[in-house]
Design a protein around this ligand. Structure first.
Ligand code: NAP
Length: 247
């Protein structure tokens, strides 16, 4: 008979529900696949329901469990409805990964359209607030949960011709540190991962970097896996993730 230790190693997130935003592609897709492989039922959200269905199929091919709940995260009512669906259909939320993000890069701030500013702030900063508002109450009630926000090294440093994107990620870091203080009294952990350039379609046009030497989506997923399996008495509040050799 398998011991508890053996079972934990095989299925460390068995019975848990993880919600991943921006799960249609890139980093979010890698995180969703990883959490499903660790035994969680994964709620996949983004706007592109066809892509989400493909990610769900990939998870199910590996005998994992996934649910597709498409949502435009800039729509506050839609995010509240998503929270209700998770509550009704899953009855719990153990992990929330706020990963969805957009970036208008290589554009001086004075040339940036107001709509572009709003889209970045609404997706990168307001949506994590809306998602926390929708799902953290379940974690508080359960006195258990982990929220992981995907920020960027652009939220720790300056980003030439990316001021609004950088500001949205500096804001996300501030939101993370502060809400972590509010939620830790309820035994809920909030962490932020700030990667350097990751090999996805994000911000690809114009980049001359060697993509094979960039941080890979699975590297970010590996950090998420590490954070959610941390011993219960402590948590890693921030991870800065850099490529081993500069691309
Ligand atoms: P990506 O490949 O462009 O994927 C972005 C994801 O966000 C997609 O699934 C997209 O799905 C979703 N999304 C965008 N707007 C949305 C909205 N309004 N509502 C719902 N979903 C929305 O980007 P990525 O590289 O995986 O980036 C993921 C995160 O990592 C972002 O927060 C990004 O800022 C951060 N990051 C990326 C890099 C990098 O170099 N790639 C570096 C550091 C940090 P739909 O379009 O279907 O909605």
């Amino acid at each position: 008979m398998a011991t508890n230790i053996e079972r934990d190693a095989v299925d460390p997130l068995g019975g848990q529900v993880a919600v991943v935003t921006g799960a249609a592609r890139g980093i979010g897709e890698a995180i969703a696949l990883r959490l499903a492989r660790m035994g969680a039922e994964v709620v996949l959200t983004a706007r592109d329901s066809a892509r989400l269905t493909q990610v769900k199929a990939a998870i199910e091919e590996q005998a994992g469990k996934a649910m597709v709940l498409p949502c435009d995260l800039t729509d506050a009512a839609a995010v509240a409805a998503l929270g209700e669906r998770v509550r009704e259909q899953c009855g719990r939320c153990d992990i929330l990964v706020n990963n969805a993000g957009v970036g208008v890069l290589r554009k001086p701030l004075i040339d940036l359209a107001v709509e572009e500013w709003d889209q970045m702030m609404d997706t990168n900063l307001r949506a994590p607030y809306l998602m926390i508002r929708a799902l953290a109450p379940m974690m508080v009630a359960a006195r258990s949960g982990h929220i992981i926000n995907i920020s960027s090294l652009a939220g720790k440093n300056v980003l030439l011709e990316g001021a609004a994107y950088s500001a949205s990620k500096w804001g996300l870091n501030g939101l993370t540190y502060s809400v972590a203080e509010e939620l830790r009294q309820h035994n809920v952990r909030v962490s932020v991962i700030a990667p350097g350039s990751v090999n996805t379609g994000f911000g690809a046009p114009g980049s001359t970097k060697d993509r094979s030497r960039m941080v890979q989506p699975n590297d970010v997923a590996q950090v998420v896996a590490m954070l959610v399996t941390q011993a219960p008495t402590s948590f890693v509040s921030e991870v800065l993730l850099r490529p081993t050799t500069k691309p």
